[in-house]
Design a protein around this ligand. Structure first.
Ligand SMILES: Cc1cc2nc3c(=O)[nH]c(=O)nc-3n(C[C@H](O)[C@H](O)[C@H](O)COP(=O)(O)O)c2cc1C
Length: 316
């Protein structure tokens, strides 16, 4: 049985990854789960400068999910390279760095900085960040911007691969995976823009904008007022997005949003995803990715399938 998934030149050992923002840089789960058994570890966002994130409270419970406004809390590019990358480099799973910024140049600085380093297998571009040059509107709502940003990052990663090859290092062309926001009127338009810019794959979906109001205080529960809704509540939105996006573009699509077990993941794989990620579910059950992979394997055995990609063909 072949569980591997190819995303451009990156070969993931299996289709089950840990989503950005719920798995830190891996060290937080050391000893708790077998990190090397993941298909891929998508890191917490990396921005050029260190960021403390948003004011608390920044988490709220919701029916069948949670709301977060963590912001892009992270140690910054230099500290990521100095303190986090050495341990990540030793991992057997694919390491995909989630990239974020306030401006296009921020994203570019992160990719260029990491291109000089070994031990990273790809980039996931979080276009849900507010763009300060455009009044704080998310990058992901502007198709022209998605296309331009994707092209600039693809060019930077191509230049990085060539430079590594010249110096005798590993020359793999790292994939640019654009992580789409569901907070748009037509997610297939965002997908086509990323494809036009040269993306190698797409992740679908990031969180949905939500608000919880505290009735006693008569204020929004989160200090930031709104946050990102994740967990089982958003699964049908994610499955529909993957179904539509995988039919609109020729790129591999990585599905996420509310996956907590194999049955959830199989919905995404049947909808057309090449791979999946687990996010919120990992907080409650760190073993959920391993169980999910075991369940996918059992499904493939029962259906007599040899490759994960064959699952999508079963949808009637
Ligand atoms: C606490 C928290 C932090 C997150 N941080 C990031 C992030 O830094 N970058 C990003 O692209 N997505 C981030 N996400 C979004 C998740 O990666 C994922 O797209 C979303 O939560 C939907 O998946 P889920 O329902 O399985 O959690 C975060 C989600 C949560 C819950």
């Amino acid at each position: 049985m072949d569980l591997s998934v190819r995303i451009g030149e990156l070969l993931m050992p299996n289709p089950v990854g840990a989503a950005s923002g719920v798995f830190g840089y891996g060290e937080e789960y050391e000893g708790l789960v077998d990190i090397d058994a993941l298909g891929a570890l998508y890191t917490k966002a990396v921005t050029p400068e260190a960021r403390a994130g948003n004011a608390a409270p920044r988490l709220a419970d919701t029916p069948a999910g949670m709301l977060n406004s963590i912001g892009l809390a992270n140690p910054g590019l230099d500290a990521f390279i100095a303190d986090k990358l050495p341990a990540l480099r030793k991992r057997a799973c694919a390491i995909v760095v989630n990239v974020a910024g306030k401006t296009e140049d921020d994203y570019l600085r992160v990719v260029e900085g990491i291109e000089a380093e070994e031990g990273v297998d790809g980039y996931e571009i979080n276009v849900s960040c507010p763009n300060v040059a455009h009044g704080g509107m998310a990058f992901g709502v502007d198709c022209a911007l998605i296309e331009r940003l994707t092209r600039r990052l693809r060019d930077a990663a191509d230049a990085g691969a060539k430079a590594r090859a010249r110096s005798g290092g590993p020359s793999a062309r790292r994939p640019i995976i654009v992580k789409l926001s569901p907070n748009v009127s037509d997610i297939t338009a965002s997908a086509k823009a990323a494809e036009a810019g040269g993306a190698d794959a797409l992740s679908c979906i990031n969180t949905l904008v939500g608000m919880v109001i505290d009735l006693k205080k008569k204020t929004p529960t989160l200090a930031m007022k709104t946050g990102g809704l994740s967990g089982p509540a958003i699964r049908p939105v994610g499955v529909a997005a993957v179904y539509r996006v995988s039919r609109a573009v020729a790129l591999p699509v990585i599905g996420l949003g509310g996956i907590g077990c194999a049955d959830d993941a199989l919905q995404y794989l049947l909808a057309g995803a090449s791979a999946v990620q687990l996010g919120t579910a990992i907080f409650a059950r760190p073993e959920a990715p391993a169980d999910t992979l075991a369940g996918i394997r059992a499904f493939m055995e029962a259906e007599g399938l040899e490759r994960v990609a064959e699952i999508a063909g079963l949808l009637r």
